[in-house]
Design a binder for this molecule. Structure first.
Ligand code: FES
Ligand SMILES: [Fe+2]
Length: 428
């Protein structure tokens, strides 16, 4: 349970808010590289942390993320002409480069130097691992480039998608660290989804509906361990790393690729759910890639030409009551991603956390909230850089493992929780 001011602190990320300042300490995913496929391609509107921006790729392949609106009289530059190393406003022809610098004001004599004094807000935009990342904080505090393992493996080993979610980022992220819902909400998918099925771990998951949770702090956030009974008194552990503020990873199943999410605020009532899948030690198989493209596993089928899920609020998420009754799906909604966001959106745009009744399986969520609040305050009050900015904190992996009962998961799985280039993940 949270007081209103605590809920506001955690959920509001616009300019000037403490959590907004914290998000502006990190490189965050802004677009898929496929959204700007070639030089001088159409610009793309990007709303992030409640700021309306425009991304474009110029004649020389440079990426820019600038204020969406022209400095002259506020026209959206989405209508602009992407030509000769800049974006030209279609209203009166003012032109901007990828840094937001105005480089031409056709109505004014060039020698007046008028344009030099005009510069739009802009942020760096760089490509890594098929994602265009931006950093929206003060330039002097720009951290090293992100080193998440999915973004550093060869391209044939990874797949990335994103989908629009109609809820605040935090309730989406909290679903990512809430391992206890898997035995219920996703129970119909563990043995049928092509990207999950066939794992020994699925049996433990489905047999033991009362996991015991142990949450420990990690350098960048938390390790959330969910313990279920295995054979001979041993324990099956599923360990979810959460790295501040918005990176989560799902514990793997058998030799399937391993996956996770970024939950990125668009504004206070909408977010992007970024979903990555990769195998640290081998290329993805064509069947796996196809399944991901079709929306299996943690990915999601979207409406053609958009990133909005096909199952959405307007069609009641394609609810199938007969499948719910027959136990084919637990909630009646088909697909793991759809199951998650249908329920998270049903909470309303920003859930009122003063009305919750939390239980022991919510410990990961409780600790994550406290760590976020602590870090946001330390940054706002004392300028302390939050955990997760350091690339060392980003080299994490999720783990699923069977351990003897006397071993603490964080010690026994210490090695496996660190990303090691080319070495396969620890999985059951
Ligand atoms: S509004 Fe853009 S040039 Fe006039
Ligand atoms: Fe889920």
């Amino acid at each position: 349970m949270l007081r209103k001011e605590q809920n506001d602190l955690l959920t509001l990320t616009g300019p000037g808010t403490p959590m907004g300042q914290m998000f502006r300490s990190y490189w965050i995913p802004a677009l898929l590289a496929e959204e700007l496929p070639e030089n001088e391609c159409p610009p793309v509107r990007v709303k992030l942390l409640s700021e309306r921006l425009l991304a474009f790729r110029d004649t020389q392949g440079r990426y820019g993320l600038i204020d969406e609106f022209c400095a002259h009289r506020g026209v959206s530059l989405w209508f602009g002409r992407n030509e000769q190393c800049g974006l030209r406003c279609p209203y009166h022809g003012w032109k901007y480069d990828v840094t937001g610098q105005c480089i031409d004001v056709p109505s004014e004599p060039a020698e007046s130097g008028f344009g030099q004094k005009i510069k739009l807000k802009s942020y760096p935009l760089i490509e890594r691992g098929g994602v265009l990342w931006t950093y929206m904080g003060p330039p002097e505090k720009q951290p090293p480039l992100p080193e998440w393992e999915f973004a550093t493996v060869p391209a044939e080993q990874s797949y990335m998608s994103k989908r629009f979610q109609e809820s605040n980022w935090l309730q989406a992220m909290e679903g990512g660290i809430d391992s206890s819902h898997v035995s219920f909400l996703h129970s119909g998918n563990l043995n049928t989804d092509p990207l999950f099925k066939g794992a020994k771990g699925n049996e433990y998951n489905l047999r033991d509906m009362k996991p015991h949770f142990e949450v420990v702090e990690s350098p960048g956030g938390l390790y959330i361990g969910a313990r279920r009974n295995a054979e001979n008194g041993n324990y099956y552990w599923r360990i979810t790393p959460w790295v501040m503020p918005n990176f989560t990873m799902v514990p793997p199943r058998a030799d399937h690729p391993v996956h996770g999410h970024f939950w990125v605020p668009i504004d206070d009532e909408n977010c992007w759910a970024w979903s990555f899948d990769y195998h640290p030690a081998r290329p993805l198989m064509p069947t796996e890639r196809k399944a991901m493209q079709e929306g299996h596993g943690i990915h999601c089928a979207v409406l053609l030409g958009t990133y909005r899920p096909r199952a959405n609020k307007d069609n009641d998420y394609l609810m199938d009551r007969a499948a719910q009754k027959a136990g084919i799906t637990y909630s009646g909604v088909i697909g793991i991603a759809n199951q998650d966001f249908s329920l998270q959106e049903s909470m309303g745009p920003i859930i009122d956390r003063s009305k919750e009744n939390l239980v022991s399986t919510d410990n990961g969520i409780i600790m994550a909230r406290h760590r976020l609040m602590r870090a946001a305050k330390a940054l706002a009050d004392k300028g302390v850089a939050p955990p997760g900015v350091d690339p060392v904190h980003q080299r994490v992996r999720s783990v699923s493992i069977v351990l003897p009962p006397d071993q603490a998961f964080k010690d026994a799985a210490k090695e496996q929780l660190v990303a090691k280039p080319g070495v396969a993940h620890a999985t059951v």
